[in-house]
Design a protein around this ligand. Structure first.
Ligand SMILES: Cc1cc2nc3c(=O)[nH]c(=O)nc-3n(C[C@H](O)[C@H](O)[C@H](O)COP(=O)(O)OP(=O)(O)OC[C@H]3O[C@@H](n4cnc5c(N)ncnc54)[C@H](O)[C@@H]3O)c2cc1C
Ligand code: FES
Length: 359
């Protein structure tokens, strides 16, 4: 559950001037025609930059990619950093990892899993051609790339996306990179080709064995370490339980292992204390001290407990939003909301499609 306190950090932030930007109705309804374009022109006229979504891709029913134009951010972004996104004026701010950046195109890429109210709302609203209301970043410390010669990069589920920029940076530095990526089943796999392009070796795992090695990423990690006893670092990103399990694989050998923590963040500037984590017995704030930390020092049990502390409020927010969707749907303003709104195949959606109950 993110909060909606007012906050203007010193980093790059720019609101779009009209919430219609984020409120596209069904084609044919009053505000539908070219809403994104109208806002684009209004903003351009006002000299305000827009964070326009240039690509939208759906990897599965719950996971989608947004490539957003923001040349300054693309220039400043480093592997391991994140942004705070607000999709519309009344939306909550949520932290998302920079899954890729392209300095030539001036874009940053976000890969998002629709888990609750905001990420599901974004799944409906954030289409190709529409702008985001605000995009703050880059935030957090970039991942330190030192003198490693052989590194295993582990990505579990959605964690596949945030580990990618680190993996690519290592490869570009001449490091021998072994990728271990894991999904629940074949239908959820994304970016396999992208990983194959940059990895010297790739171990693909699925929980159900429908593709690659049957098992968890920890099985893939063990296999990689058995074959390469000279690995000097492991980077593991995914759900806390997965990162914790990876930490246990490398703990006996004291092999340096980095994880990227994702506690609940509010301001992202070290002031609210929301993202407090315990590392090596000391209190740290993931937004300003991290998000990368030494896996062997992290108190994962505390992290998981703190992540669950607003579940009731989160459920209520989701239910309220679904109720609003239901009303808007009955009034014929939006398409039906299903438990998962995206298509199960990779595809691109355009801004002329359905819309938003956030009004
Ligand atoms: C540094 C960082 C990077 C992240 N990168 C990504 C990413 O690349 N892609 C992605 O899909 N998700 C990412 N997340 C998690 C994402 O922020 C949450 O999934 C999102 O905020 C959930 O909001 P919601 O309203 O959809 O769901 P809710 O129902 O509000 O929450 C669902 C769960 O998400 C977590 N969560 C909720 N609010 C926040 C918050 N403000 N900050 C952090 N976690 C929260 C909680 O564990 C909660 O139980 C990242 C989190 C952090 C801290
Ligand atoms: S998000 Fe507030 S201190 Fe980190």
């Amino acid at each position: 559950m993110g909060m909606n306190r007012d906050m203007t950090p010193t980093s790059i932030i720019q609101p779009a001037p009209d919430r219609a930007a984020a409120t596209q109705l069904k084609p044919g309804s009053k505000r539908a025609t070219g809403a994104g374009e109208d806002v684009a022109s209004a903003s351009a006229a006002a000299g305000k930059p827009l964070f326009r979504i240039v690509t939208r891709q759906d990897f599965s029913a719950a996971t989608y990619l947004l490539e957003v134009r923001h040349p300054l951010l693309a220039l400043a972004a480093r592997p391991g950093q994140f942004v705070i996104v607000q999709s519309h004026e009344r939306g909550e701010r949520i932290p998302l990892t920079i899954a890729d950046f392209d300095r030539q195109k001036g874009t940053v890429t976000l890969v998002i899993q629709a888990v609750g109210k905001t990420t599901r709302e974004m799944q409906r609203m954030c289409l190709e051609g529409t702008p985001l209301f605000a995009l703050v970043g880059p935030m957090g410390h970039p991942t330190q790339i030192g003198e490693e010669r052989k590194v295993v990069c582990v990505g579990g589920g959605l964690g596949v996306a945030p580990v990618f920029p680190q993996l690519r940076a290592l490869k570009e530095k001449g490091v021998y990179v072994i990728g271990v990526i894991g999904f629940r089943s074949r239908s959820l796999i994304f970016w396999e080709e992208r990983f194959r392009r940059y990895c010297d070796e790739l171990i693909l795992c699925t929980d159900d064995g429908s593709a690659g090695l049957k098992g968890f990423v920890t099985d893939g990690l063990k296999q990689a370490l058995q074959k390469h006893p000279d690995v000097d670092k492991v980077i593991a990103i995914g759900p806390p339980v997965m990162m914790k399990a990876c930490a246990e694989v490398t703990r006996p050998s004291k092999l340096k292992t980095l994880v990227s923590l994702n506690p609940i963040m509010v301001d992202g500037t070290g002031m609210c204390g929301g993202c407090r984590v315990s590392v090596g017995g000391k209190m740290k704030f993931a937004c300003v001290d991290g998000p990368d930390f030494d896996a062997h020092e992290v108190d994962f049990n505390e992290l998981m407990k703190r992540q669950r502390r607003f579940v009731e409020e989160e459920q209520r927010a989701l239910n309220d939003w679904l109720d609003k969707c239901q009303i808007a749907q009955s009034a014929g303003q939006i398409e039906p909301v299903t438990t998962t709104t995206a298509s199960s195949s990779a595809m691109t959606r355009r801004a002329t499609q359905p819309q938003d109950p956030s009004a």
